[in-house]
Design a protein around this ligand. Sequence first.
Ligand code: CA
Ligand code: CA
Length: 247
Amino acid sequence: MCHTGRQSASVDGETFKATFAAAKETVDRVFASVLHAHICRGSGDFIVYLAPEDRNFLRQKLRSSRTVYVLLALSYLLIVILFVVSLSRVSMLSSQLNEMRKELKRNNSSNDFKLFPCGPEAREWEYFSGKCYYFSLHATSWQRAKELCEEEHSFLAIINSHAKQNFIMYRTRNQRFWIGLSDRNAEGEWKWIDGSDSTTGFTYWKEGEPNNSDQNEDCAHVWTYGEWNDVYCTYECYYICEKPAPP
Ligand SMILES: [Ca+2]
Ligand SMILES: [Ca+2]
C-alpha cells in the first residue's frame, strides 16, 4: 500500500509541474497579448504605455461609455422635461377643473335663485314683485308676530297696492293673518309699521270696519275673504312677514 502511495505521489508531482508550466505560459501570454504594457517611473507618476491595438480597444470602450453616458444624460433630461411638462399640464387641468366647478356652482346657484328668488336657503319665503313673503304656520298675538318677523330681518306685511292685496288674498284664503297695520299709538290713526299713513293710500277694509269694537281693536288682519278688520291685538292670528328680495 505504501509503494502504491509513492508511485501516486510521483505521478502527482509531474502532473503539478506540467500544470504549473501551462499556467505560467498562459499568464505570460495574457500579459503579453492583452496589454503589451510596461510601467516606468517618470516625473513621479506612473505612466502606462499600451499597445496600439489595446489603445484602439480602450478608445472604442471609452467611446461606447461616453455614448452610454450621453444617452443616459439625454434620457434624464428628457424625463425631467416630461415631468415638468406633465406637472404644468396637470396644474393647468386642475385650474380648468376648478374653474368648471366654480362655473357649475354659479350655474346651480343661478338656477336655485331662478327657482327660489328669495334664496335657496329660504324656500318657505314666497316671491312677489321684488319682495319676499312668509306666511306663518301658527297663530300668535300681533306684537309677538311683529317680533318674529323682525327676528327674520323682516316686518309685518304692508299692503299698499291692489296687486299685493290680490297676491295676499290668494294665499290667505279662509284664514286670518296679521298685517303691519295698527292704531295702537293714536285711536283712529291707522299707520303702517313703517310709519306711513294708511288713510291716504290703498285700503281694503271690510264694510263697517275698522269699528274699534269695545274700544279695544287696534290691530288689523286680513279676514276670511281678504278684507281687512281691526281686532284686539292679543287675538291670535297667523301672520305675514315681508322683506326685500335678495339682489
Ligand atoms: Ca282702534
Ligand atoms: Ca273690528
